[in-house]
Structures are given as C-alpha cells and as structure tokens.
Design a protein around this ligand. Structure first.
Ligand code: AMP
Length: 281
C-alpha cells in the first residue's frame, strides 16, 4: 500500500493512474478503523480499479475541543487493517496540508443542515463539507463511499457533490454492527465496560421500532423506544425521532412517500453516539 502525506504526491500518483484508464474509489475516514470502514474499502475495490483511503481527524468538524483532543488515534493498526482490506493508497495529511489557506465560504444545506446533528453540533456539517470538498478536488475520485451510519452526513455530502457539479458518484453503504447490534464506531473505543453494555440499548430501541411499524400505535411506539433509553441513568438522550428518509421531516404516523427512518443521538456517560435504522422503504 502506498502512503502519501502530501497532496501533490498523491495527485501525481492519481493522475498517472487515470491516464492509464483506471477508475478511483475514495473512502474518507478519521481513522481508528473498524469493520465499518473496511467494508467501505472492500465495496470500493469491487467497483473501481483502485481505492484511496484518507485518515484525517478534521478539526473543523468538531464543535467540542475535548471531543477532538480525545478522538481515538490508532494509526499503526489502521495501516495493518487497510493492507488487509487491499487498499491501494492511504492519504495521511497533517492539518497544515489541508488548511494552509484561509477557510472561506459557508455552505447552505437548507433544512436538512439545520436539524438533528446540524442543531446539536453547530458548524459540524460546514466542517464536513469543507474537508470533503477539498478531498474531492485533490483526489477527483470516480466514486466516493460513505456509511449510512452517519445518515444525515450522507444526505448532505450527496447534495454537496451534486450542487458543486463534481461528477463524483456518492455511494451510501449499509451500517456494520457489532454482535449485539451496536453500530460500529471509533468512539465505541472510549466506552467503559459498563457503558458499552448500556450502549446495546440503542440498537434494541431502533429494532423495536422497526418491528412496531404498522402494528403498534405510532406515538406509543416512539414513547416506548425513548423510555427504554432515558430509563438508564448512564444515558442522556438528545433525540430519537422517526423522519422521512429523504427530507428528514419528523413524522407522526408510519407513512411517508420516501420511506421512514428512525434516527437517534445520545450520550452514554461522556461519549456521544449516533445511530439510525431505515424502518420502511
Ligand atoms: P469516520 O471515521 O467515523 O468519520 O467514518 C468514516 C466513514 O465510515 C463515514 O462515511 C462513516 O459513515 C463510515 N462508517 C463509520 N462507521 C460505520 C459503520 N458502522 N458502518 C458503515 N459505515 C461506517
């Protein structure tokens, strides 16, 4: 696997590959890699001639300095996992390499940028869009792979790629879960044993809702799911809503033309986790 720290080196590598007729898949990550990330690499490998993964803990998408400082960093094992997943090239820039010029321009994502993660993490999506745009310009991938684990982010990146006329195909990939259903996340590494056990209540609540569709009264089901989380002293629920899968508008019945998705964010102890589950197509 090639490792590039400087964008110019990566760009000349990619240029040579493209001139040889190769297609490029891109998987942006913040490291502390797990099977959720390597599933994206494997998917990319099946659909492109080669795969570029970036590992960059992007400071502009953190609205909380403590969260940024404590974000897990496991670069040696990350490299091993990428080699095992058959990644072609790793882009590992320093912060200065990505932010040498002044950051300018605020993105307007409309309604979907203002709710849920947009509301609870002010500036987060601007930071995400800023770095994704930079990566897209440097790497010019054919396809870019994002996890639906970060559902709202996937919607926003898809929209940004389209509005900027990048021609890049943004591919949303399914959430990979632990045995008890907990969505894999780099932040899970920061959970204590007790917190990790409690976190298993998140997928339980989501899968309960999926099972309740059309069978249980909507409001009763949502109440039950919320109660199953807030009843635990270690959990601080930020939101659990059922929304239209495309518009993210909150719903009050099981029906919506675009299908429905349950989305949630909460803290287990100090650790903030998000998850979602598509309930109907
Ligand atoms: P992160 O390193 O957390 O910024 O994630 C990098 C990419 O991996 C994003 O597109 C995430 O949505 C995706 N991802 C993270 N966790 C999972 C998971 N459990 N399943 C699928 N994709 C994931």
């Amino acid at each position: 696997m090639y490792i590039f720290k400087h964008k110019l080196d990566l760009q000349s590598f990619i240029l040579a590959q493209k001139q040889a007729g190769k297609t490029v898949g891109f998987v942006p990550t913040m490291g502390a890699l797990h099977q959720g990330h390597t599933a994206l690499v494997k998917r990319s490998n099946t659909e492109n001639s080669l795969t570029v993964v970036s590992i960059f803990v992007n400071p502009t998408q953190f609205n909380n300095a403590g969260d940024l400082a404590k974000y897990p960093r496991t670069i040696d094992t990350d490299i091993e996992k990428l080699i095992e997943a058959d990644c072609t090239a790793l882009f590992l820039p320093e912060v200065d390499e990505m932010y040498e010029e002044v950051i300018s321009g605020e993105f307007d994502f409309g309604y979907i940028g203002t709710v849920y993660e947009g509301e609870y993490r002010p500036g987060h999506f601007n930071g995400v869009a800023t770095i994704v745009k930079k990566f897209f310009e440097i790497i010019t991938p054919t396809n870019a792979y994002f996890g639906k684990k970060d559902y709202q982010q996937w919607l926003i990146v898809t929209d940004v790629a389209k509005k900027l006329n990048t021609g890049i195909n943004v591919v949303g990939c399914p959430t990979i879960r632990e045995e008890d259903g907990l969505a894999m996340s780099s932040r899970n590494l920061r959970l204590s044993r007790e917190e990790r056990a409690v976190a298993g209540k998140i997928p339980k609540a989501l899968f309960y809702l999926k099972d309740a569709v059309g069978k249980t009264n909507f409001n009763e089901a949502v109440d039950n799911a919320r109660k199953s989380l807030i009843s635990d002293d270690l959990i601080e629920l930020e939101y659990l809503d059922i929304v239209d899968s495309k518009t993210l508008l909150p719903l009050n019945s099981w029906d919506s033309v675009n299908g429905i998705t349950a989305i949630t964010a909460l803290k287990v102890g100090e650790i903030r986790l998000i998850d979602n589950l598509q309930l109907t197509e």
